[in-house]
Write a protein that binds this ligand. Structure first.
Ligand code: ATP
Length: 443
């Protein structure tokens, strides 16, 4: 299984999904850059989350707040005091370790003596303005949801939503994690997709269960193996300072079960504390004129962690007479390229010209790859490995009949389609209708 992780790391680097950040200078721990394919995959994940969590619903509104807030925000949220990991530092090599990761009193790296436990705040500090004074100290946000709470009144005043309703945000989060690793699983800079769903107090438990089911279904609908997903209930005594209940959706990673998404019942903790500190009324008023602090149910998901799960879950190998075919069985809605266009032979100008026309025809509508290197079999293999859903080949028959072959990555099954019907057919395939007939995910 650890082997699978190595394969994903190597595929990601080789094909341009993920690169170590600042690699030419030896990298920087816990930071990763996304290459041409990784960027498309990430964008597709974010767009799909936005579509299903915001645009398809009547009760969720979007927000895009800043990364740096007034530092009072982190006082009200409790982060300046509580967003800490208990650590022990090695007296010889000075490396720091999270207490919950230590198995003995000795340094796991050099065997040296460990100092007493210290609390280490995970927020990155910075300074706003020219003077590096305490008064100017600010933080890079460790979660995006505080931007939502501090804009709660603005959103309520502008869209006048009926409770229950949600405010959603996608954006960067920063955590100075002490232990990072397992590739992009735990990073120091990452993107979060968070929904704060505001409900009447007393209805919070019902809505918590609703979101728990919805969020697991979201992953299963994207083809993630449901046997590799489970719920993990946080024990009461281990809950974060703001939470009444937290359940993680965990995935079975090659290194063991790990959190994929966290769902928390944040109660009215954040709004109440902000109201107290800023002195403004942040209560919601319902249509009967009753004022109260809503409770908040929060599904919170990391984009990079979703990328990792999708890659691990989609990867498969199939033996055939040529060797091993590597396939990324990504849902076509998430695939970086939807379709790749090939001239059967790259040294036949008529074929290349016709293929180029097909490519230009499709390009405004889909993310399309062009490949005229090597033989056609190699090109199919190369596209299968990055999850391109369809291969469209222009051959001699195309020149006579104006038809092309469309090959399905999952089954390698091919159909013949008229160029005039091509756009419509691909659209149908990607929307799932034809796709189900043409070849389901083979995982
Ligand atoms: P942990 O206890 O593992 O440090 P957490 O419980 O503090 O994590 P949450 O605050 O629940 O994490 O974060 C919500 C989601 O954001 C996680 O489920 C994960 O998908 C993502 N996430 C959190 N921290 C990181 C990180 N350092 N790198 C990448 N993704 C992260």
């Amino acid at each position: 299984m650890a082997d699978l992780m190595n394969k994903i790391v190597s595929l990601s680097k080789r094909r341009g999904f993920v690169f170590p950040s600042s690699e030419i200078y030896g990298g920087i721990g816990g930071f990763w850059d996304f290459g041409p394919l990784g960027t498309e995959l990430k964008n597709n994940i974010k767009s799909w989350w936005w579509k299903t969590m915001v645009l398809d619903r009547d009760d969720v509104y979007g927000l895009d707040s800043t990364i740096i807030h007034n530092p009072q925000v982190w006082k009200a949220s409790g982060h300046t005091v509580s967003f800490t990991d208990p650590l022990r530092e090695c007296k010889s090599c000075h490396q720091r370790f999270r207490l919950d990761h230590l198995k003995s009193d000795k340094c796991p790296e050099c065997g040296g003596e460990l100092a007493e436990v210290k609390q280490f705040n995970l927020m990155f500090e910075t300074y706003v303005g020219a003077a590096k004074e305490t008064a100017n100290k600010a933080y890079l946000r460790p979660e995006t949801c505080q931007g939502i709470f501090i804009n709660f009144a603005n959103v309520v005043d502008t869209v006048q939503p009926k409770i229950p309703f949600g405010i959603a945000q996608i954006g960067k989060g920063f955590r100075n994690e002490v232990t990072f690793g397992n590739f992009i699983f735990r990073d120091r800079e990452f993107e979060m997709m968070e929904l704060e769903y505001f409900v009447k107090p007393g209805e919070d438990e019902k809505w918590f269960d609703y979101w728990l089911k919805q969020r697991k279904k979201w992953f299963v609908d994207l083809g993630i193996d449901s046997k590799k997903l489970r719920y993990f209930e946080h024990p009461k005594k281990a809950l974060a300072h703001y939470s009444k209940r937290t359940v993680d959706i965990e995935y079975k990673f090659p290194f063991g079960w790990g959190e994929l998404e966290g769902i928390a019942n944040r109660t009215d903790f954040d709004l109440k504390n902000h109201a107290k500190l800023c002195g403004k009324d942040l209560k919601y008023q319902d249509d009967k004129g009753k004022k109260f602090y809503p409770f908040v149910v929060e599904p919170s998901l990391g984009v990079e962690r979703t990328v990792l799960v999708l890659l691990l879950d989609a990867y498969r190998e199939e033996k055939d007479k040529e060797g091993v075919r590597v396939i990324l069985s990504l849902d076509p809605r998430l695939s970086p390229y939807k379709v790749a266009v090939f001239p059967l032979l790259a040294n036949k100008p008529k074929l290349v010209k016709q293929a180029r026309q097909v490519y230009e025809l499709l390009k405004p509508h889909f993310v399309v790859a062009w490949d005229d290197r090597g033989n056609i079999g190699k090109r199919y293999y190369s596209q299968d490995e990055i999850g391109t859903f369809l291969g469209c080949t222009i051959d001699f028959q195309t020149l006579e009949e104006r038809t092309v072959t469309l090959r399905n990555r999952e089954t390698t099954k091919q159909i013949r389609v008229k160029i005039s019907d091509l756009k419509k057919t691909i659209q149908k395939v990607l929307e799932g209708e034809e796709f189900l007939k043409f070849g389901k995910l083979v995982k």
